[in-house]
Design a protein around this ligand. Structure first.
Ligand code: SF4
Length: 382
């Protein structure tokens, strides 16, 4: 029979903590769906391995060349992983240098979380201790969703695990948590006191006890995004429908406040609708019947089956070869990739400008600075 603790660990992962803390019955509901992994997740694991290899070399002077070569031979390896793992190492070096005395550093450290989640454990990418401070660094390779450090339950759980592991050896009363998400150029950090961290630990303990029994109220929100039940969860569907159609006010025009509110609500509805469509399409393709819907082939664009053969025939028919090709300059990133970062910076650095990006609407909590100059939309979009 499956042991209680093994079952708890399988259900209550640290990476899913935000979800099962906010929506305690989600963990048991999710277990009804297969736990599939994606190429993006496997890519993330490989990028983590590369970070570990580089950090081991830089911090402990070990020869990691063979491990590095092995990573480069993997199918999911991308050249850009080098740049992002270098940035991670740079951030760690910078943090290390911010301590008055050389800190204790542990990398890829297994952390026992069982004081909070039965049988729970996790892996801390990098832990530093010194100056009465505990620092938890987490590397994120994804670029789809920005991850923030403030009140981040996964990082706080790792901090609790590190506290349990090192509290006999070190004293600390400040906890710093840092995310390194180089593909989004995001490096947020957040600090809390040990007391705040321990209070969070007590909350987690209570939530985990409820979640493992599949009890509590369903509570839809941002955390639904990675829930395996997200497409057919009734609570999320009801919530989204309510958000979409609950127009209880009847003004002729929306106020700015209402525009903001509807945009926020609309994000939830749009995300739920897209998940539902993806689920229904997959079901139709598997031969299931979704009442009133079917799968068809989308608009298709004409293409040559073999470009070289087609162009040979065109040339034979009298078309000048030069007319069949366009001469286009490489993009800045491609030139940089070709020349290498250093040579690019030295030779072409003075030619690089960074014009402001196209105006984008984001929630006020986004860390980027708001555009404050008043411009007409036409000027802004130019
Ligand atoms: S989809 Fe959202 S509301 Fe439904 S179980 Fe998952 S987290 Fe909870």
């Amino acid at each position: 029979m499956e042991k209680h603790e093994e079952r708890a660990h399988a259900l209550l992962s640290a990476s899913g903590a935000h979800r099962w803390i906010e929506c305690t019955p989600s963990a048991v509901l999710e277990s009804k769906f297969p736990d599939t992994t994606s190429d993006a997740a496997r890519e993330g694991t490989l990028a983590h391995e590369l970070c570990e290899v580089k950090l081991t070399h830089v911090l402990y002077g070990k020869d990691t060349e063979r491990a590095h070569e092995w990573i480069m031979q993997q199918e999911l390896y991308q050249k850009e992983m080098e740049e992002h793992s270098d940035r991670y190492v740079e951030e760690i070096r910078e943090l290390e240098g911010s301590f008055k005395l050389k800190p204790f550093i542990a990398i890829e450290s297994r952390l026992d979380l069982s004081a909070y989640i039965p049988g729970g454990f996790g892996t801390g990418d990098c832990i530093m201790i010194g100056d009465r401070k505990l620092v938890i660094v987490d590397f994120k390779y994804g670029k789809g969703v920005p991850v923030y450090a403030e009140n981040n339950p996964q990082l706080m759980l790792y901090a609790l695990g590190a506290y349990q592991k090192y509290r006999m050896l070190y004293n600390f009363d400040v906890i710093e948590m840092k995310i390194v998400q180089p593909r989004l150029n995001l490096f947020p950090d957040w600090t809390c006191s040990l007391d705040e961290l321990l209070a969070f630990g007590e909350t987690v303990k209570e939530k985990a006890a409820v979640a493992i029994r599949g009890e509590g109220e369903f509570h839809p929100g941002d955390w639904c995004r990675f829930c395996r039940a997200k497409a057919t969860c009734r609570a999320r569907a009801d919530y989204s429908i309510q958000l979409a159609f609950a127009a209880d006010k009847d003004p002729a025009l929306l106020s700015y406040e209402e525009v903001g509110e509807y945009l926020r609500k609309g994000e939830h509805v749009a995300s739920w609708l897209s998940d539902l469509k993806e689920y229904a399409l997959r079901a139709c393709l598997e031969g299931k019947e979704i009442t009133g819907w079917k799968a068809v082939h989308g608009r298709s664009v004409r293409a040559f089956d073999d470009v070289d053969a087609a162009f040979r025939d065109a040339i034979k028919a009298g078309v000048e070869e030069a007319l069949l090709y366009e001469r286009r300059p490489l993009t800045l990133s491609k030139v940089e990739k070709m020349m290498g970062k250093k040579a690019f910076g030295e030779t072409l650095g003075s030619h690089v400008v960074r014009p402001p990006g196209k105006p984008t609407l984001v929630e006020a909590s986004d860390p980027r600075e708001a555009i404050t100059d008043t411009v007409t939309p036409e000027e802004a979009f130019q």
